[in-house]
Design a binder for this molecule. Structure first.
Ligand SMILES: Cc1cc2nc3c(=O)[nH]c(=O)nc-3n(C[C@H](O)[C@H](O)[C@H](O)COP(=O)(O)OP(=O)(O)OC[C@H]3O[C@@H](n4cnc5c(N)ncnc54)[C@H](O)[C@@H]3O)c2cc1C
Length: 429
């Protein structure tokens, strides 16, 4: 962009990627307008009211290593609304209700987890040795394109118990794909970044306010937010190879100097029509993966000193205590449960909860709701290079958690992609 000139910039898509891009550009002195098709901000990380209670569209966690997401929230003035563990600690519950805890000691990685791993009662010594060997291999191995994490685990001699009790409960929710479809490079990136890089990296964190509040705070920096306004088409200036204007579904036309398109692959495909014209890869090659969350409010007993836990051998991988007598049950890579009715999902989650948490065995379910996100995350086929922010039009950048940030489709990736798009536009005329 011409130095010193404040530009008028449109952001299409009010998820974390679009908001991070908009925030960065506004801070750099540009006039930023955001277009979001929903009345809510936050995209896939949002919240809304169900029966008078504001709930997240699904439980979102971040890890200590998600530094750009945390910095974004802090810059938006919402840092005090993020909880981050002082030390990594994860409670893991078996089907019979027995609990074992993985907890970091004040030692450098990877030794910080050694003591509690040796005491971890859900795994026999043989599985522990297998996992230790795999962790050692993970820190040195290169991976051939197209290798699934399941193949890598088999190659590293991981037995049934190690997969069932350790790899599946931690990695399926982290990447929202079953092990057979999981790209081994992404799984090893997560393992190295979260567990092997530093003792603080694996700490769990989550927002202590409904998620949409974070996005609302970030949007305060923008010149204008057009809610419930879907962008229907883009207008190219053939002579300058630049994008000139956008038109909304209600027919309003707006001109801008530059554009950030911060949409998911199918949404971007619909808007562009022909992604190749923008030098983008085929967007229908990205695969969506669902997440289901079951929200349960109960009365009678409550849980003491409980924040969250992983369940072994359960379709509910993680449960989070969201408030007094309120649990959120998260089901990742939930393809096979999508067709179940709301009642069936509630019954299933409630049975799993009562099996895992003895204090709730005689509790009564008071209120429940189910949120289904069919396109919760996207993965790229191993043969496809995820695109960066640049397009064939100098004044158009793309952003989105699915783009080439080096991270899987997460809030961290969304924020990184938005920052990359903003920097690309500011640098490139
Ligand atoms: C249930 C669930 C649980 C998750 N759990 C985690 C977790 O624990 N940790 C984690 O890090 N990540 C998690 N994720 C993933 C995370 O939410 C996403 O990676 C991230 O929010 C994606 O942000 P984005 O801005 O790239 O895309 P989106 O949030 O999808 O933003 C795209 C936006 O564009 C808007 N839009 C679409 N078309 C148009 C148009 N034509 N005009 C205007 N606007 C348009 C959409 O309405 C949307 O708001 C989860 C996702 C879900 C759904």
């Amino acid at each position: 962009m011409p130095s010193g000139k404040a530009l008028k910039i449109a952001i299409v898509g009010g998820g974390l990627a679009g908001l991070a891009a908009g925030f960065e550009l506004a801070e750099a002195g540009h006039e930023v307008e955001l277009f979001e098709r929903s009345r809510l901000l936050g995209g896939r990380a949002t919240s809304f009211e169900i029966d008078g209670i504001e709930v997240d569209n699904g439980q979102h966690v971040f890890l200590g290593c998600c530094t750009e997401f945390q910095r974004f929230v802090e810059r938006a003035g919402m840092g005090k609304n993020l909880y981050l563990q002082r030390r990594f600690e994860a409670r893991v519950i078996a089907r019979d209700g027995t609990v074992s805890v993985l907890r970091a000691a004040p030692l450098p990685a990877p030794w910080h987890l050694l003591g509690s791993f040796l005491r971890f009662s859900h795994l026999g010594m043989r599985s522990k040795v297998e996992i230790a060997r795999a962790l050692a291999a993970a820190s040195r191995d290169g991976i051939a394109d197209g290798t699934s994490f399941a193949q890598w685990l088999r190659r590293e001699g991981q037995g049934e118990e190690a997969v069932r009790v350790f790899w599946r409960p931690f990695f399926v929710p982290a990447l929202n794909v079953c092990l057979e479809e999981m790209d081994a490079r992404e799984a090893l990136f997560t393992l190295r970044t979260a567990f092997l890089s530093g003792a603080e990296a694996a700490r769990f964190g989550y927002a202590t306010v409904p998620l949409a509040q974070i996005s609302e705070a970030a949007a305060q920096r923008l010149a204008r937010v057009h809610r419930a306004t879907s962008v229907a088409s883009l207008e190219l200036d053939g002579s300058t190879q630049r994008l000139r204007a956008l038109t909304t579904t209600s027919g309003e036309r707006h001109e801008y100097d530059a554009f950030v398109l911060a949409l998911t692959p199918p949404q971007l495909q619909r808007l562009l029509g022909n992604p190749a014209r923008y030098a983008l890869p085929p967007l229908d090659a990205f695969t969506p993966h669902p997440i289901i969350d079951v929200h349960l409010r109960y009365f009678k007993n409550d849980l003491q000193d409980f924040d969250f836990a992983a369940l072994i051998d359960s379709p509910v991988q993680w449960i989070f205590r969201k408030g007094v007598s309120y649990l959120c049950c998260s089901m990742s890579a939930a393809d096979e449960y999508l067709r179940r009715t709301t009642d069936e999902l509630i019954r299933l989650a409630w049975e799993e909860i009562r099996a895992a948490l003895p204090p709730l065995r005689d509790a009564l379910l008071e209120h429940s709701a189910v949120t289904r996100n069919v396109e919760a995350t996207f993965s790229a086929p191993a043969t496809l290079q995820r695109p960066g922010p640049q397009t064939s039009f100098a004044n158009v950048a793309i952003a989105g958690a699915w783009t080439a940030t080096g991270w899987p489709d997460t809030m961290e990736s969304a924020v990184r992609s938005g920052l990359a798009a903003a920097r690309y536009l500011i640098k490139e005329p």
